[in-house]
Design a protein. Structure first.
Length: 81
């Protein structure tokens, strides 16, 4: 789906109401823009987190020492706690 969004002289743009509702941005909220070679990608906070988790999983899958718990345990061990 392609939607034209106009940018005001001060740089603001408005997302259409139906898109905001679908994305759960009814009361406002943050969105994240990623600049790619093909253009801009707009993501909600939940979508950005899910993407980061998928990327992290891609690089840590099968490595039990790559968990947050393992990292924190190693930090505590190194600091003498």
């Amino acid at each position: 789906m392609t939607v034209q969004v106009n940018i005001t002289p001060n740089g603001r743009m408005s997302l259409p109401a139906d898109i905001r509702k679908r994305l759960g941005l009814v009361g406002g909220g943050a969105v994240y823009l990623d600049e790619t070679p093909d253009g801009l990608v707009l993501r909600t906070a939940a979508q950005a987190v899910a993407r980061a988790q998928a990327l992290a999983k891609q690089y840590t899958e099968g490595n039990p020492e790559a968990s947050v718990e393992a990292f924190l345990a190693k930090r505590r061990e190194d600091s003498g706690e």
